[in-house]
Design a protein around this ligand. Structure first.
Ligand SMILES: Nc1ncnc2c1ncn2[C@@H]1O[C@H](COP(=O)(O)OP(=O)(O)OP(=O)(O)O)[C@@H](O)[C@H]1O
Ligand SMILES: [Mg+2]
Length: 249
């Protein structure tokens, strides 16, 4: 059973008189524990697709099935709950609350869900260890580096053990070395926690951490790169870069 499924999804945005066709029929399935990257030129529909997959928005046509629930058929309230219980989000600009400490930020989804954060003590400790911030837990966001803030955001996205982690350009605002450490962290969460991860990225180096790379163009999937599992990072990177060159020509 796939943990997430996109069925012929289309998305049109109305801009005054104009219709923007952001997604023009996308189909795909994601298995539990898969690590997927979505690539494509600016405006190709990557963020739109990620938002629809996570139930942040609804498709104009088609459906997204997340943890056995067809999102388009749910009321807004039910969809919010399904999203809250099944999806963790990481964004390019970290989106931490500035007045809260690292650990308070990480526990935020638990509090929003009306649960007692004290019951999440062990989980918090294992998250702080996963992201390597045990000694920074009381720091506020402005006392953390960009990479550390993004690691807090990853821990916050994983605290509720969501079925899928969705990340939109999680390394887009970081230098290359820090970006690599974030991708390694996401890869580790996939390997060690069997976490399903979907990352939107412009960066072939980041996409090389994925098991499968989906290329979008003008709102449709134009290619899927799926290396054998034994293919190493450097060869994956070369495979992705030559695919990008072919698609651009
Ligand atoms: N809220 C909106 N209203 C109208 N048009 C939109 C809206 N959001 C996105 N679009 C349009 O839909 C298309 C796809 O946008 P999307 O943000 O998904 O692209 P993207 O691949 O994430 O691009 P980037 O790499 O620049 O982030 C673009 O043409 C964009 O202008
Ligand atoms: Mg985008």
């Amino acid at each position: 059973m796939p943990v997430l499924e996109a069925k012929e999804i289309r998305k049109e945005y109305k801009m005054g008189e104009h219709l923007v066709n952001a997604l023009a029929g996308v189909d795909f399935q994601v298995e539990k524990g898969e690590f997927i990257a979505i690539m494509g030129p600016s405006g190709s529909g990557k963020s739109t697709l990620l938002h629809l997959l996570g139930g942040l928005d609804v498709p104009t046509e088609g459906n997204v099935i997340l943890a056995d629930q067809p999102l388009a058929k749910l009321s807004e309230r039910k969809a919010t709950l399904v999203r809250r219980h099944n999806v963790g989000f990481v964004f390019q600009f970290f989106n931490l609350l500035p007045t809260l400490s690292a650990e308070e930020n990480i526990l935020l989804p638990v509090i929003i869900d009306g649960k007692d954060p004290r019951k999440y003590k062990d989980r918090l400790i294992s998250m702080l260890e996963l992201v390597g911030l045990a000694d920074r837990r009381h720091h506020k966001p402005d006392q953390l580096s960009g990479g550390e803030q993004q690691r807090v955001a990853v821990a916050r996205a994983l605290i509720t053990q969501p079925a899928i982690l969705l990340a939109d350009e999680p390394t887009g605002n970081l230098d290359s070395k820090t970006g690599t450490s974030i991708m390694e962290l996401l890869r580790r969460s996939c390997n060690e926690l069997k976490q399903t991860v979907i990352v939107v990225t412009h960066d072939a180096k980041a996409a090389a951490y994925a098991d499968r790379v989906i290329f979008l163009r003008d709102g449709v999937v134009v290619y899927e790169y799926k290396p054998l599992s034994e293919v190493q990072l450097g060869d994956r990177l070369r495979g992705i870069m030559s695919t990008m060159e072919k698609l651009e020509s």
